[in-house]
Design a protein around this ligand. Structure first.
Ligand SMILES: *[C@@H]1O[C@H](CO)[C@@H](O)[C@H](O)[C@H]1NC(C)=O
Length: 519
């Protein structure tokens, strides 16, 4: 081989050794589960040798050397949200989490985050450069502006099942007849009413974006990001050009958890990336408890947002009565000590959920049905009883019920008997456990681990300068062309002209006919 060939090979090899990219990761929502997902992205990027700047409301103390944190926490807002997520208030309907209040919340959060002094400092620093921006999509497209500001590709992270509002950013709206809205409680296959509801909800959603949200987002883009863009000497272009320019969506979804929604090439389902490959060992006391649970252990946790201590007294009493009547050991993640605890019920302030679910003696998981919890249930192949409280929890649980590894119990003052019956069912009917294990096999049977896949695609986007080859052609086709309205117009025009000609021909003959008749 000539020395030139060797040189070329060496150059090629070197170009594949990455020096560590500069990655900007943005998960500004102050929800525990969002923090966990953000942290998962950051952790794996750091492990892969990249340098990460992380915009987060949950900065950690003593971060490693190649992690820079931008603290966007907002204690006031956090306090307000904790009040909204108070179980008693939700039970009594004194707060509502409807679409309108959620949009308001998202808009004010967008504004707060983009005007946060720490983020403003980062944005206005013209010496800062990144190779890629990774931003969580939460009913807002405005963070796409950061990729334009830093002149680098954009990757979205979607924390839920794929839905029209995220897929339209990299492809097109999904079909409402079989893909539910992200806020919807309908689980496909839809009956007539559900199908019509979906059409209505999704059309309404498109209209809300068009006539309400887009205006705000354009305003945020020009007013809050614009000055920094201009400072860098870049033209302030239309926000639409920016928001439809994402290279990829990393989706916290997988067919084992949701449905086999048709996906564009630029969507990569990576659910489970946040779960450690190696299960952390249990603390000694919990290990003993689980090891000794001869009849199995039931793990009960309402997640990190809803505090069990906000539960009304009567419900606490009922829960203790139900749990106390069981042969099984019950481990309850709860923030307070309860008096008169039955001997088989154990309360812990903090629980290593993954390590508990991983234990073979854990036989049932009672959960609020947050997506991370349902994902972890499938990961470890455990059946669940879901007590959904707000947001996507209803949908997560309904999907799990449809898949056959869950029962749903509605949170109410009189849920005692329902809960007892559900526990009975799940303990006696083995089909729930069998199903959970089957789904777990599907979940784990992937060519690569989701965390590895995630890092691969992020690096791919940087290496290929935005992965333009993954860009869907659908993005460049306007709706009227997809619906062939131009063809329909043309056909109508032709029909009209033909009719005109026919009429003309007939009318010019008629007088002749009439004359003949008269004769
Ligand atoms: C769109 O993204 C590509 C790839 O990242 C980039 O080269 C291009 O400049 C971007 N366009 C705009 C308008 O941001």
């Amino acid at each position: 081989m000539s020395s030139l060939t060797w040189l070329l090979i060496a150059a090629l090899a070197l170009s594949h050794v990455c020096d560590g990219y500069k990655v900007l990761v943005m998960f500004p929502l102050a929800g525990k589960s969002h923090g966990i997902l953000g942290k998962g992205v950051v952790r794996h990027l750091l492990q892969a040798g990249h340098e990460v700047t992380y915009i987060t409301p949950f900065p950690e103390e003593n971060p490693p050397k190649n992690l820079h944190q931008v603290d966007v926490s907002n204690p006031e807002e956090f306090e307000k949200n904790s009040q909204i997520l108070n179980v008693t208030a939700l039970l009594e309907g004194t707060v509502s989490l409807d679409f309108a209040s959620m949009l308001q919340f998202m808009l004010s959060m967008n504004r707060d985050v983009l005007t946060n002094p720490n983020l403003v400092k980062l944005m206005s620093d013209t010496t800062k450069n990144f190779d890629v921006v990774i931003a969580e999509w939460m009913f807002s497209d405005v963070y796409s502006g950061l990729s334009y500001l830093f002149n680098c590709p954009l990757i979205w992270v979607s924390t839920i099942e794929p839905h029209w509002a995220i897929l339209r950013l990299i492809d097109e709206n999904t079909h409402p007849a079989y893909v539910p809205d992200s806020m919807s409680n309908n689980v496909p296959p839809f009956d007539f009413t559900a199908r019509v509801k979906e059409l209505f909800m999704q059309t309404f959603g498109v209209a809300v974006n068009l006539f309400y949200l887009d205006g705000y987002q354009r305003q945020f883009f020009t007013e809050l990001l614009g000055p920094h863009i201009i400072k860098r000497g870049r033209p302030l272009i239309s926000f639409d050009e920016v928001k439809y320019n994402g290279s990829l969506v990393l989706g916290n979804s997988h067919v084992s958890l949701g449905q086999a929604t048709r996906l564009p090439q630029a969507y990569k389902p990576i659910a489970g990336y946040h779960i450690d490959t190696v299960v952390k060992p249990l603390p000694e006391d919990l290990k003993k408890l689980l090891d000794n649970a001869k009849n199995g252990l039931i793990y009960f946790s309402m997640g990190s947002n809803l505090k069990s201590k906000d539960l009304p007294e009567s419900i606490k009493k009922d829960l203790l009565e139900v749990f106390g009547g069981l042969k099984q050991t019950v481990l309850w993640k709860f923030e307070e000590v309860l008096p008169n605890l039955p001997s088989n019920v154990h309360i812990v302030n903090w629980a290593p959920q993954q390590s508990i679910l991983a234990h073979p003696n854990c036989i049932l998981f009672i959960t609020h049905g947050g997506l991370l919890s349902t994902t972890e249930a499938v990961h470890f192949g455990k059946p669940i009883i879901g007590i959904p409280v707000f947001g996507d929890q209803f949908n997560n649980i309904d999907r799990a019920v449809r898949k056959g590894f869950a029962k749903r119990v509605d949170l109410s003052y009189v849920m005692k008997n329902d809960l007892r019956a559900a526990i009975d069912d799940l303990l006696h009917d083995k089909s729930f456990t069998v199903k959970a294990r089957e789904l777990s096999v599907v979940y784990h049977d992937r060519p690569v681990h989701p965390a590895k896949e995630m890092v691969h695609w992020i690096e791919h986007v940087v290496k290929t300068r935005g992965a333009p080859h993954l860009r869907s052609p659908a993005l460049d086709v306007p709706l009227y062309q997809k619906l062939y309205l131009d063809l329909i117009a043309l056909v109508l025009l032709v029909l009209y002209v033909v009719k005109k000609i026919i009429v003309k021909v007939c009318c010019s003959r008629k007088p002749v006919d009439k004359k003949k008749k008269r004769n």
